[in-house]
Design a protein around this ligand. Sequence first.
Ligand SMILES: NC(=O)c1ccc[n+]([C@@H]2O[C@H](COP(=O)([O-])OP(=O)(O)OC[C@H]3O[C@@H](n4cnc5c(N)ncnc54)[C@H](OP(=O)(O)O)[C@@H]3O)[C@@H](O)[C@H]2O)c1
Length: 263
Amino acid sequence: MPSYVVTGASKGIGFEFVNQLSADSGNTVFAIVRRKATATQLSNLLRKNVTILEADVTDAKALKLAAAEVSKATAGKLDYLINNAGKINHPGFTLDGFPSVEALEDDLLDNFKGNTISAIHSINAFLPLLRKGSAKKVLVLSTALGDLDVTTQGGSFGEVSYSIAKAALNMVVAKYATQYKDEGFVFLAISPGLVATSMTEGFNNAAGELKLVGSMFTKLAPPDFKGPITPEESVNKCLEVFNRWTVEETGAFVSHHGNKQWL
Ligand SMILES: NC(=O)c1ccc[n+]([C@@H]2O[C@H](COP(=O)([O-])OP(=O)(O)OC[C@H]3O[C@@H](n4cnc5c(N)ncnc54)[C@H](OP(=O)(O)O)[C@@H]3O)[C@@H](O)[C@H]2O)c1
């Protein structure tokens, strides 16, 4: 039975990964949430092959405890890790426009903890199990905003800390990929597209950020772009790319189309 861990599974894209993976009763899915009590969408799923565990992904100890729970249930093995949890603050300032040095540093550090260091903690916690698993695959949710060409050619100088933290996350993936290629691991950073979740809802309400990303969306959008896609469509495409990704291509950063078409 293939086993999966999904972080940030309470809602949005993370919930949808759990939903689609657990639809196959042959899969065992461990859904990690910050607080079980508020993860009602997930608890209402009521699938026998889904186990809900609690861990804040910025807390390395909590992740180790969650990994120990998974290990007990799987005889020490894990096949797939989907590192989905992430955060954004939408402060609406350029790098030189924060109201104080403290506000700039707080936003940078908060994003770095919630998007970059958290992924390292998650991967480190589950690596011993993944090494004993048969798939050895790790998917990490990044964003087109962490791409240098999107930034310069798309004219996007907003969402600064989030973009910087996700760009660093792409390097995290490249580092693990390089270290573990000889063991047959596949690490992949993926941008899920523009997806209708609470994260994008927050962006649409952040007038300051919308101004700063400028014409990025119009520049990136293909002629047939119809706006944000559903979590269902995004996860379906991400899983298709993840499933076909091989060790030869480990460490890449691609979109939900499996290339550099971001929308
Ligand atoms: N939506 C998009 O268009 C889009 C585009 C590019 C990339 N992404 C990336 O895709 C991933 C999922 O985003 P989403 O749109 O589904 O966002 P979302 O609806 O805001 O969901 C984020 C998930 O991450 C969890 N999370 C955040 N911080 C956590 C922490 N410290 N510990 C444990 N869980 C934590 C949240 O849990 P709580 O419920 O406890 O807050 C929630 O389950 C993120 O990495 C995001 O950066 C999304």
